[in-house]
Design a protein around this ligand. Sequence first.
Ligand SMILES: [Zn+2]
Ligand SMILES: [Zn+2]
Ligand SMILES: [Zn+2]
Length: 290
Amino acid sequence: MLGEFEEMFNEMMNKISLQANDTFSKISFTQQPINEVPTYSNIVKSKSMVVIKPKDAEQTNSKTKLDIMRNIDPIDLKLGVSQVKQIKDGGILIGCDNPEGAKNFKKIANEKLSTDYKISDVRKFLPKIRIVGLVENYSSDDILKFLRGQNSVLSDVTHLRVLKTWATRKNPNVFQALIELDAGAYGLVMDLGKLFVNFDACSVFDATDVRICFRCSGFNHIQSNCSLKITCPKCTGEHPLNKCTSSTLKCINCNNANLADTSHAVWDAAKCPIYKKKLNNLKSSIFVTK
Ligand SMILES: [Zn+2]
Ligand SMILES: [Zn+2]
Ligand SMILES: [Zn+2]
């Protein structure tokens, strides 16, 4: 009886390993060549981060880390942890490879650590795209309906928002829309280069940007929240941009950094090395580049 069982068992194991081999050979055949041109979607990944901070701000980072390690097993739970960083007030930042991992991490941390710790998501910066070639000035709701309904890459994206729509400079009857979306969907869309809005294939451009304050010419805030000295972003004069009459461009940020070439506006990403660097830093903070 036992012999028969053993035979059956062995036969089953053989089948499984044959199937496994078969699957394995299929995988290696369909594998992409190593030096293929990288696509946006495989160089751009959404980085999901969770912050664990002790309620007692005097607590050390190592104690926090130890408590996390004692309570959460990242391998067992397949969380895809790719980054662990110490932050202020005894906090630890955990970066996960995928949003699902971060979500699970947060759930388990809440279950096991919430008595002594505050668990929160890192506010995620969202990339933007500009869609050009809309033949009508559609409402935001209509644009969202068309985008989700006619483009499979966007059918179930979690974050998709129309920030504004306006006419193109070339043709007042053709419109464009500024859209904010998830980093993951952004990568897929940038690979496609086109999105359907109603019956029109519209071109897609990257529109991710760093905020520039048009009052003080500084970064990462807007003029309505600014009380710093007025500095024209076009000429460095002590007047608001809309009062600027200067025909000579001068960038205050490059000037303050003693750079040789200051003859551009603060917002000119092609010419201003400081703005360009801010933009690159921002993009590498949202995207994981291989
Ligand atoms: Zn400002
Ligand atoms: Zn000016
Ligand atoms: Zn500059």
